[in-house]
Design a protein around this ligand. Structure first.
Ligand code: ZN
Length: 315
């Protein structure tokens, strides 16, 4: 079982205080607000910035969503400035894969307020800020892309301080999505199975992963995904740990699977390549000493599972 401390976006002590949501607006004057723009978080010196609700950097924000209470009992909110700020050099949907930070155009450049890609700095965040930023990103992206009732098509409205949307036409209630993804450490003897998707940076390989399907168990999803992508058959499957992954709304379910076959048959629509790495080869990759493969992203569950396996802590 991985240590929660090695995983980005683990439990951080946020009290979600669901009972306070209906009257959360009363908490705003004494609360603090995290600003996001197209999924990026407002930062200073690489850390998320918590602003007072009347801070000029939040001008025009509308009603923020209520994240909950911090360990000191103060209310924490998050606001989406995507529809408020036009950032020079970005299009309507922004530059989704460019991680370079973007300056907040409504603030003094000397303040150094930048909208940063959460994946770049996630391992440096303290657990509370990490939980809040992950929650804020997932929740605000859901609102940004689910403005219409899925039942009748009418524009829906925000309810419960951001934790629901309601349709004023048909009365339907909609809840924020979380999409489960299985990610699996597939081993056979002394080797681990890794793969790469088309378009990944040169040399990047990681554990196989895929979305669960309706009506499926976690164990069945692991076996199906591995078989579809590589033709490898798996026997025993066990759950190890989970990680919220708000890009945009996934919950990674980290599993261990024992392969019962060896030969790889790639599905080129899913994977560009897959291969078995011995424990010694995988250790070289993780240490950054492999001539062709690069280590997986720090803080992500794939890296933690691989690390634990390499350290013999999953045997
Ligand atoms: Zn409706």
């Amino acid at each position: 079982m991985p240590d929660a401390g090695q995983l980005a976006f683990g439990p951080g002590g946020l009290d979600r205080a669901a009972g306070r949501r209906a009257r959360a607006a009363e908490l705003l004057p004494d609360g603090s607000v995290l600003a996001l723009w197209q999924g990026r978080v407002l930062t200073s010196a690489g850390m998320p910035v918590w602003l007072a609700a009347d801070d000029p950097a939040l001008a025009g924000m509308g009603a923020p969503v209520f994240l909950g209470l911090d360990p000191g009992g103060c209310a924490r909110f998050a606001a989406d400035l995507s529809g408020v700020l036009a950032i020079p050099g970005t299009g309507a949907s922004g530059p989704p894969f460019d991680p370079a930070p973007l300056a907040h155009p409504g603030t003094d450049p000397a303040l150094g307020l930048l909208f940063g890609d959460l994946r770049q700095g996630m391992t440096a965040l303290d657990p509370f800020d990490a939980e809040c930023t992950a929650t804020a990103r997932a929740l605000l992206e859901w609102h940004r892309t689910h403005g219409f009732c899925a039942a009748c098509g009418h524009p829906s409205i925000v309810a419960e301080a951001g934790w629901q949307r309601r349709c004023p036409s048909c009365g339907a209630t909609h809840f924020p999505r979380t999409d489960p993804v299985v990610i699996m450490l597939v081993t056979r003897g002394n080797s681990v199975l890794v793969g790469r998707s088309p378009g990944w940076p040169e040399g990047m390989y990681s554990l196989l992963a895929g979305f669960m399907e309706p009506g499926e168990t976690v164990e069945a999803a692991v076996r199906r995904e591995v078989a579809e992508e590589t033709g490898i058959l798996c026997g025993a499957v066990s759950y190890l740990a989970s990680q919220p992954w708000p890009f945009p709304a996934s919950l990674m379910l980290g599993c261990r699977a024992e392969a019962v076959s060896q030969e790889i048959t790639l599905d080129p629509a899913e994977l560009e390549d897959a291969l078995w790495l011995t424990r010694e080869e995988a250790a070289k990759v993780a240490a950054g000493h492999h001539p062709h493969l690069r280590p997986v992203r720090k803080g992500a569950i794939a890296g933690v599972l691989l690390h634990k396996w390499l350290a013999g802590q999953l045997d």
